[in-house]
Design a protein around this ligand. Sequence first.
Ligand code: ATP
Length: 483
Amino acid sequence: MTADLWQRGCERLAAELPEQQFNTWIRPLPAADVADSEAGDAVVTLRVPNRFKLDWIRNQYAGRIEALLTEIAGKPVRLEIALAQREPEQRLAVNGVGSVISINSRPQALSQVLSGQATNGNGHPASLSVVPSTPPSPTQRALATNRLNTNLTFDTLVPGRANQMARTAALHVAGAPGQMYNPLFIYGGVGLGKTHLIHAVGNALLADKPDARILYLHAEQFITDVVKNYQRKTFDELKAKYHSLDLLLIDDVQFFAGKERTQEEFFNAFEALLAKRAHIIMTSDTYPKGLVDIDERLTSRFDAGLTVAIEPPELEMRVAILMRKADAEGATMPEDVAFFVAKNVRANVRELEGALRKILAYSRFSHKDINIQLAREALKDLLSIQNRQVGVENIQKTVADFYKIKVADMYSKKRPASIARPRQIAMYLAKEMTQKSLPEIGELFGGRDHTTVLHAVRKIAAERQKNTELNQQLHVLEQTLKG
Ligand SMILES: Nc1ncnc2c1ncn2[C@@H]1O[C@H](COP(=O)(O)OP(=O)(O)OP(=O)(O)O)[C@@H](O)[C@H]1O
């Protein structure tokens, strides 16, 4: 059995899975072991870092992986998924080694002391923890308010397919911080509930353990803190504040890009917190490997726990969110109105909230009940922009510009992916944004059959639900086309 079977399987998976799914679930896995069994088939053993991943990969991908590997190997392949035995001792040891390196190479980190059996030399895995040399003073503690928004809880977060995985992982961390999925890295587009979710973890933990030291902050606040302490030369204070936490919730870490000193301090805090089994949850607009201008030393650590995406909510979830939020405002939103709004406002939850606010205000001022007619009037501006006539020709030109292909390729028979995909995207947008029928669209794309258009529309629509990057690109294209 060839050793590169797994590698070849990965290549095939990369080609057929949405990029985001591949990057989240498959790419980070270490190469699988391949062995021949006595029965003549091959056994491929995949080691995954935690039970969450194990269950997810088993449920979502195992069947497909097995089929692919069987096809490549030309004989039956049995896939076994096992837990990589690394938590907790080894994990600590790894962190410990990282801490030693950072202490040796950074004098300011010398104030940290090592404790535990790191140097006992008896062959047991070294475990060590890093603690601040100065315990936080009462003033410092008072300053370190947790900054949690008590309204953002699990109760007020509407669950759905789009946030299912992230919510499950977050609930898990809230129930047992410092154990699994550390760090937890949550990523997704704007206004999809990342901030809400991490506040929910903080609030849940606080309800459970009122003494827990929790801090929520936006990455920019961390940067400000670093700059401030840099100017005052009070890095010990900075360390005391961050390194003593039980749970650090840090929003939008993509803002660390290009900020070297901040990254270094964050690295120190990160290592110290993990070493003492405090939990770290981060959010970002992209997955760790997609972050730019952030040291790889950090991004690889971001990915070392669990990385989960939040997707744009699907129609039913948007309806549920609208109804729940209306209810919380003491208003009743009939289901048909919620559907009407959810069909027209698709980008993210923040926009849905904006639409709801307009409808509620309109209903209050006009003393009218909420119905579709009222919603239509309240959202007149928004809908008129959306319904502004967009032509297929304009879509073809805009999409061709965006993906840097020729407009003529929209009608051509060329099939390489670099051309076929933008063409499918343009077909999808033509169906979404114009009143044209499938055969009419097919005609405008070089006389293609309506089933080709239907296939493109379905494919891009399904992918959009799962692939944040594509969703963002489509969003940009839609905004551009609507003017
Ligand atoms: N599933 C949900 N249920 C209820 N409210 C939600 C849900 N998802 C998001 N929201 C609400 O939508 C608004 C935007 O969410 P949030 O600020 O958490 O988004 P975000 O992903 O952090 O965006 P950004 O990247 O712009 O910071 C908030 O008011 C939040 O409470």
